[in-house]
Ligand binder design. Structure first.
Ligand code: ZN
Length: 438
C-alpha cells in the first residue's frame, strides 16, 4: 500500500452515508446494514467458510471468507448508474459492499478478483479499493476502454495495489493458477480469455475448493468459453455451488453440456429485480432444476449466504439485506460493532486436491462429445451454436421434419437464415451419426 488508510476515514464515510440516507429518507437509499448482516457471518461454526452472494441488484458481488478469515471479493456490482427497479442509483461499492464489510469488521481483502471489465461487475470497484487494504487485484486482462474500467485501474494505481492478469498459456486457456488459502482451502483461476470476441466471454473463472465442498464463479462467461472450459478441465468442473453465468441468460450461457458437467447442487442467480434484460431465463432455471439443482436468486432471496464446512453446505438468506428490499426499510440502521473472535479448531477439513488439465489426447474426444447432433438436437441445444438464434433453430427443426434428416454439413445452407459463413462457423461443432463435421 502506498497510502495509509486510517479507519476513521471509512467510518466518517459510513456516518456521512447514514446521515444522507436518513435525510433523503425512505425509498431513496439502497441501504441495508443492521446487526443481522454481521450475525450470520460471525456466528457461523468455527470451521465454516462463508460465501456471500450480495444482493447488489443487477450485477455481481460475491464475498468469500475462509475459516480463519482470509477475505476475497469477486466483483463489485454496479456504480452510479440508475437501478431499473427503484429509479435510484446503486452505488454498490459505497452503499452495499463497503458497509457490509465494515459491519463485519473487515478492513482488508486478501484478493479482489474482477471477472471482466463490465460496469455491473466493477462499478463499485474504485470505492472498494479506496476504502480497504487490497492484497492483490486480479483482472481478466481484457482491454476495455470504458470509464468504469479506467476508474478501477486508476484507483488501483493510486493506492499502489498490485494488479495481476493470469498469463496466457497454450492459446488463451489457463493452466490453472492456484491460490492456497488457509485451512487447506484452494482457489483456482481456471480460465480467462483476453482475446475473446466479446468482453463477457473473457471472464475470469474461479473455482473454490474446501475439503470435499466446492463452488465455481464464471462471471458472464458465454458458450464459447464454457466449451473451452469443458474441453480443458472436463469432470473437474463438477462443483456443489455454481454462480450461474451472465445472470442466467439463456441466449449466451449455461449450455446443456456445461450445466450437465457442472451439475451443481445449488445454483445462484445474481440478478436485479425487474431488470430489463429478462434475466434470469426460465429455461436456464429449468435446465438446472432438472439436474436436481436448488435454485437461489438475489432478486427474490436478497443476500444469500452459503456456509461450507468441508463436508456439508448450508444456505441461508436475508431478504432484508441488499438492493431489493432495502428501500422499503431504510430506517433504524446503524453500524454494528460485533467483533466475535473465531476460536482455533484442530480438526479442520483437509483439501487434498489437485486440478489437472484434461490430457491433449482426450480433449479431442471431449470436443467431439460436445458437438451438437444435427438430427436429434432440441431447439435449446441448437441455440448454443454460434450464429443460431431461436428462429433459425426452429427452421433447422422444420427442415428436419420435412426432409427427415441432414446428411452433410452443406445441407444446412438449405435452411432459411443460414448462409455459407454460418456453416463455416459450425465446422467442428456439429455432428451427424456421431461423426463431427469439419
Ligand atoms: Zn454482468
Amino acid at each position: 500500500m502506498m497510502f495509509e488508510r486510517p479507519a476513521s476515514k471509512s467510518v466518517a464515510l459510513i456516518v456521512l452515508v447514514t446521515l444522507i440516507s436518513a435525510i433523503v429518507g425512505g425509498g431513496a437509499a439502497a441501504y441495508w446494514w443492521s446487526e443481522e448482516c454481521a450475525f450470520l457471518l460471525q456466528e457461523r461454526k468455527p470451521h465454516e467458510m462463508a460465501i456471500v452472494f450480495l444482493d447488489v441488484g443487477q450485477g455481481d458481488a460475491i464475498f468469500i471468507q475462509t475459516a480463519k478469515q482470509q477475505n476475497i471479493l469477486i466483483d463489485a456490482g454496479e456504480g452510479g448508474r440508475p437501478d431499473f427497479a427503484q429509479a435510484q442509483s446503486v452505488y454498490a461499492g459505497e452503499r452495499l459492499i463497503v458497509p457490509f464489510l465494515r459491519c463485519n469488521n473487515i478492513n482488508r481483502l486478501d484478493y479482489f478478483i474482477t471477472s471482466h471489465p463490465h460496469s455491473d461487475h466493477i462499478g463499485g470497484g474504485p470505492e472498494v479499493i479506496s476504502s480497504l487494504e487490497i492484497g492483490e487485484l486480479w483482472i481478466s486482462g481484457k482491454d476495455h476502454p470504458t470509464s468504469a474500467n479506467e476508474a478501477l485501474l486508476q484507483e488501483a494505481e493510486r493506492w499502489g495495489v498490485k494488479v495481476e492478469a493470469p498469463q496466457e498459456v497454450g492459446g488463451s486457456l489457463l493452466p490453472g493458477t492456484k491460490i492456497e488459502l488457509d485451512c487447506g482451502a484452494q482457489l483456482w483461476l481456471l480460465y480467462t480469455n483476453p482475446d475473446a470476441e466479446n468482453v463477457n466471454d473473457s471472464s475470469l473463472v474461479v473455482k473454490l475448493r474446501y475439503g470435499e465442498t466446492s463452488a465455481m464463479f464464471t462471471g458472464d462467461l458465454e458458450f464459447p468459453g464454457e466449451e473451452r472450459l469443458i474441453i480443458h478441465w472436463g469432470e473437474q468442473l463438477d462443483v456443489d455451488i455454481l454462480k450461474v453465468g451472465h445472470h442466467g441468460s439463456v441466449r449466451t450461457s449455461t449450455s446443456y453440456p456445461f450445466a450437465r458437467i457442472v451439475s451443481p447442487e445449488y445454483s445462484v442467480f445474481t440478478v436485479g429485480a425487474y431488470n430489463t434484460y429478462g434475466h434470469p431465463s426460465p429455461e436456464v432455471i429449468d435446465r438446472l432444476r432438472e439436474l436436481g439443482s436448488q435454485i437461489y436468486r438475489t432478486d427474490e432471496e436478497g443476500t444469500i449466504f452459503a456456509f461450507l464446512d468441508g463436508e456439508k453446505i448450508r444456505i441461508e438468506n436475508k431478504t432484508e439485506l441488499g438492493v431489493h428490499l432495502a428501500a422499503e426499510r431504510a430506517s433504524g440502521v446503524r453500524p454494528a460493532d460485533l467483533s466475535v473472535a473465531i476460536p482455533e479448531r484442530e480438526d479442520l477439513p483437509v483439501t487434498d486436491f489437485e486440478l489437472k488439465p484434461v490430457p491433449a489426447a482426450e480433449r479431442r474426444q471431449a470436443r467431439d462429445r460436445l458437438a451438437v447432433d444435427l438430427n436429434n438436437a432440441t431447439s435449446g441445444e441448437l441455440q448454443t451454436l454460434p450464429g443460431i438464434g431461436e428462429s433459425t433453430a426452429e427452421n433447422i427443426i422444420s427442415y428436419r421434419d420435412r426432409r427427415r434428416r441432414f446428411r452433410r454439413l452443406e445441407d444446412l445452407e438449405n435452411v432459411t437464415g443460414i448462409g455459407p459463413a454460418t456453416v463455416d462457423r459450425l465446422r467442428g461443432k456439429v455432428k451427424i451419426d456421431g461423426e463431427v463435421l469439419e
